[in-house]
Every structure is written in C-alpha cells, then in structure tokens.
Design a protein around this ligand. Structure first.
Ligand code: NAD
Length: 248
C-alpha cells in the first residue's frame, strides 16, 4: 500500500525546485496531484506529463498564490475537479535579499505578500472543504532562517517566522476537526533559489552543516510525505527542521 493512496494533494509553486520534488514524491506514493505556478513554461508543462506517468490524476493551474481572489476560485475549481483536497502544501516562495539599509518598501512588501499572505490565501480557501471532510493536513514551507534570523534576509526571515506563528495558530484552531497543520524548516537546499547566492557564501553555508552537504529537494519531499500521510496522524503544530543538523 502506497502512503498517500486515495489522497489528493495541492502543492503551490511546484514547477521547479522543492515543490516539483514534492509533487513527484506525492504521485509516486499514489496521490492525485493538483499543482500551481506562475507561468506556463516548459517546467510547468513537463510536470503534468511526468505526474500522469505514475497513473494518478494530475493537473497544473497557473495562479499567483499571493492573489486572494484568484486563489479562492482556483481552490474551488480544484475541489470540483478532484472531488476533495486532503493535503495542502504551501510551498511557493521568493527571496529579495539585501541589507535593511538598502531594502526598499517594494522588496519588503513583495516578500511578505508572496511568502506569507499566500499561506493565508490558500489555507483559508481549503479550510471550508477540510472542515466538511473533518480531515486534512496543511504543510507550510518555512525556513531555518524563520527560526534563527539571517543578516541580509530580514524580509524573508520575517515572512518565514510569520508562517510558523500562523501554523501553530491553525493547528490549535482546526485541531478539533481533525485538521493538522505543520511547518517544515528546510536548511540549505540545492535549488535555483540557492544557486543565486555567490559561490563563497554557498561554501560558507555548507561548512556550517554537520551532515556536510546541502540538502536535496527530495530530502524535503520525504518530510512532506510523512506529514501528508497517516504516519503523522498525531503530529500537529510542529516545525520540522530538515537541515542536516544546521539548526539544533
Ligand atoms: P525555487 O525558486 O526554485 O521555486 C519556487 C517556485 O515557486 C518557482 O517555480 C516559482 O515560480 C514559484 N512561485 C514564486 N512565486 C509564486 C507565486 N506568487 N505563486 C505561485 N508560485 C510562485 O525555490 P525553492 O528553493 O524550491 O523553494 C521552495 C520553498 O522552500 C520556498 O517557500 C522557499 O522559501 C523554501 N525554502 C527553500 C530553501 C532552499 O534552500 N532552497 C530553504 C528554506 C526554505
């Protein structure tokens, strides 16, 4: 028996990186997968095909997770198309790194809107269906820097810390309806997001990791299988660090 057989997962920002690895891992474990991203590019198009090859139902939705109205409509469409949504993975996120001295209001607002408001938008949209089902697992992608802070990432760290507060609140608010809500705090994961960093900064990060390597998107996807499946049926309101012991 596959771990997610019969479940439907919705993953935001899944065209590449960690979100893509989660979508593939979910399909491998038997879940039907609805995924979102911003643009109908090659990554986006190829993912749907890749997921269908696992014999599950899969569909991509072009949608900006930071837009409240379109997120509500999209979730209604997904629920109609798939019949239910059991797992929501709020994965979409961006960085606009710079020191506070140079940070513009636009850089602050954009990161908070895309990383934090999106989590509110999607969670609010799925909750009405999860409440009726009396079942659901919500997984929010935070970051180790949401726990520890990081120079040059005050906007990003604030958004990821906000996600943790939101996660713990929703776990308390919806727990009586059998809806679980957890956050994952990845450490240094090798994706296009971290590729943007200069080599010396990347090397410096890796030196600080006790497991002596950057994480892979699959390392994070495996944690999402656990939190989306019944294996974690008594785990809620938690922050699971997937960081090679960087944050202890
Ligand atoms: P990535 O940049 O490789 O992929 C992010 C995806 O989200 C892209 O496909 C992008 O188009 C999409 N996206 C961006 N804005 C969106 C929006 N408004 N609506 C819908 N989709 C949108 O990043 P990644 O490294 O795969 O990161 C995924 C998540 O994990 C992010 O929330 C990130 O903050 C978090 N994270 C990453 C790392 C890391 O080291 N890579 C560490 C900690 C946390």
């Amino acid at each position: 028996m596959k771990l997610l057989e019969g479940k439907t997962g919705l993953i935001t920002g899944a065209a590449r990186g960690i979100g893509r690895a989660i979508a593939i891992a979910y399909a491998k474990e038997g879940a039907n997968v609805a995924f979102t991203d911003m643009a109908d590019d090659d990554n986006f198009k190829s993912l749907e095909k890749e997921l269908l090859a696992f014999g599950v139902k899969a569909k991509g939705y072009i949608s900006d997770a930071s837009n409240f109205e379109s997120s509500q409509k999209m979730v209604d469409d997904i629920n109609a198309e798939f019949g239910k949504i059991d797992i929501l993975v709020n994965n979409a996120g961006i960085t606009r790194d710079t020191l506070l001295m140079r940070m513009t209001e636009e850089q602050w607002d954009l990161v908070i809107r895309v990383n934090l408001k999106s989590v509110f938008n999607l969670t609010k949209a799925v909750q009405k269906y999860m409440l009726k089902q009396k079942n659901g697992s919500i997984i929010n992608m935070s970051s180790v820097v949401g726990v520890s802070g990081n120079a040059g990432q005050s906007n990003y760290s604030a958004s990821k810390a906000g996600i943790i507060g939101f996660t713990k609140s929703i776990a308390r608010e919806l727990g009586s309806r059998n809806i679980r809500c957890n956050a994952i705090a990845p450490g240094f994961i090798i994706t296009e997001m971290t590729h943007k960093l200069p080599d010396d900064i990347r090397d410096e990060w890796v030196k600080r990791i006790p497991l002596q390597r950057g994480g892979t998107p699959d390392d994070v996807a495996n944690a999402c299988i656990f939190l989306g499946s019944e294996l974690s049926s008594y785990v809620s309101g938690q922050v699971l660090n997937v960081c090679g012991a960087m944050n202890t």
